[in-house]
Design a protein around this ligand. Structure first.
Ligand code: AMP
Length: 292
């Protein structure tokens, strides 16, 4: 496995892979890798060769007062994990390499970027889209692997790929969870033991909604009430939002017709966590399946 620091060198490798008509797979990450990230790597390894992973804590997607400085960084440990999975290239540039002093361009996916996460974190998706476009240009993947954990991010990146005619094909992979349901996240490392216990409230709330759905509930008000009442039973949690939205437009829906997403964000102490439940079509129009 090669660890690459410079854009020029990564581009050179990508160019050679392209000329050899190889199917390159790519997983963009901010490091502090866990099983969620590794599941994306395994999926990429099944379909692609070579596989490249980027590790870059992207400053432009953090707002003022967010956790950029304290975001966990552990390149050595991350590289050991990636090497054990047979990754070919780790692209780990410095921030100054990616954003030189006179950097001026941004990518903004209108409409989708202002909702939900974008409402709470203004400019966040602009930072995400700009770095992802840059990384796609540098790494030139045929397939890029994203987690459904960040469902809005995946939807926005898909839109950017379509709008800008990018070559990368986006694959969205399932959410990997801890044994008690908590979605894996690098930010879980911030939680102290009582907060870690409380953090399961996101999963518990979505799971309560799943039970409602499976017992036939379809009205958004009823499903959202269930989520809110479960969430409010946890004193350490402060809900940022819970919304039931159309999976394409991300507009709120009154009534569940798949495909729909139930998205939740909450603060547990100083740590902000997100999770979601996906309602997908399954055969006949009225039939759907619920994925957590
Ligand atoms: P991050 O390092 O947080 O930027 O995440 C990099 C990629 O890993 C994104 O596509 C995330 O959606 C994905 N990811 C993070 N956590 C999980 C998880 N628990 N399950 C599946 N994918 C995840």
């Amino acid at each position: 496995m090669e660890i690459i620091r410079s854009i020029d060198w990564m581009k050179q490798i990508a160019r050679e892979a392209g000329l050899a008509q190889r199917i390159s797979g790519f997983i963009p990450t901010m490091g502090a890798l866990h099983e969620g990230h590794l599941s994306l790597v395994r999926e990429a390894k099944r379909q692609c060769s070579p596989v490249a992973v980027s590790i870059f804590v992207n400053p432009t997607q953090f707002g003022p007062g967010e956790d950029l400085q304290k975001y966990p960084r552990n390149l050595e440990c991350d590289c050991a994990l990636l090497e054990s999975l047979g990754v070919d290239y780790v692209f780990a540039p410095e921030a100054a390499e990616i954003y030189p002093r006179d950097f001026r361009s941004v990518i903004h996916v209108e409409g989708l970027s202002e909702k939900l996460e974008g409402r709470i974190r203004p400019g966040h998706f602009q930072g995400v889209c700009t770095i992802v476009l840059k990384l796609f240009e540098i790494v030139r993947p045929r397939f890029a692997y994203l987690g459904r954990k960040d469902a809005q991010q995946a939807r926005i990146i898909r839109q950017m790929v379509r709008d800008l005619n990018l070559d990368a094909e986006i694959q969205v992979c399932p959410i990997v969870r801890e044994a008690d349901g908590l979605a894996m996240s690098s930010r879980n490392a911030y939680l102290d033991p009582p907060e870690r216990q409380a953090a399961t409230v996101l999963y518990r709330s979505l799971d309560a909604a799943r039970r409602k759905l499976n017992s036939g509930a379809r009205a958004a008000a009823e499903i959202l009430d269930t989520v809110r009442s479960t969430a409010s039973s946890e004193p350490l949690a402060k809900l940022d939002y819970v919304e039931l939205v159309d999976a394409d437009s991300f507009e709120p829906v009154d009534f569940v017709r798949a495909p729909t997403l139930l998205l939740i964000a909450a603060r547990i102490g100083g740590t902000r966590l997100i999770d979601n439940l996906s309602i997908e079509n399954a055969g006949a129009p009225q039939d759907f399946s619920v994925s957590l």
